[in-house]
Design a protein. Structure first.
Length: 139
């Protein structure tokens, strides 16, 4: 090989031995061999640090598993269902005034809704009625 190994080729060598041709290149190229040796050394130090840290923090016992609450959503769901039923049950007994004793606001709202319903049901806007009438009569 004329050139040095790429980072990918070095990674493949570290993972699974890589291509035999690349492994042979390490014997003839001091630069690539040094890079692979440095990488192996760094990984070995990291592995040792992890083992040391875990030995210091484990004290020979596995970490305690957190206690898992069974069905943690059940309590909030039950409270929500209770409040919903309470609201529906209370609303059932509230008086609804729609007759002559209804408040002026309800009457005003009903009149406004009737006016909107009439405006929406027309085929042309009100200010174009004269024009629409002239087409209907054939003028």
């Amino acid at each position: 090989m004329n050139s040095h190994l790429t980072e990918r080729q070095i990674s493949e060598l570290m993972i699974d031995g890589g291509n035999p041709e690349h492994a042979a290149h390490l014997t003839s190229c001091a630069t690539c061999a040094k890079e692979v040796a440095d990488l192996r050394g760094a990984l070995s130090q990291f592995r040792g640090s992890v083992h040391d840290w875990s030995a210091d923090h484990m004290n020979g016992q596995p970490p305690a598993r957190p206690v898992r609450q069974r069905l943690p959503f059940l309590k909030p769901a039950a409270v929500l269902a209770f409040l919903l039923l309470l609201g529906i049950g209370t609303a059932r007994f509230l008086p609804v005034r729609t007759g002559p004793d209804a408040s002026p606001q309800i009457v005003s709202d009903a009149a406004l809704l009737d006016e909107v319903r009439f405006d929406v049901s027309r085929s042309v806007p009100g200010n174009m009625n004269p024009l629409a009438a002239s087409f209907d009569t054939g003028r």
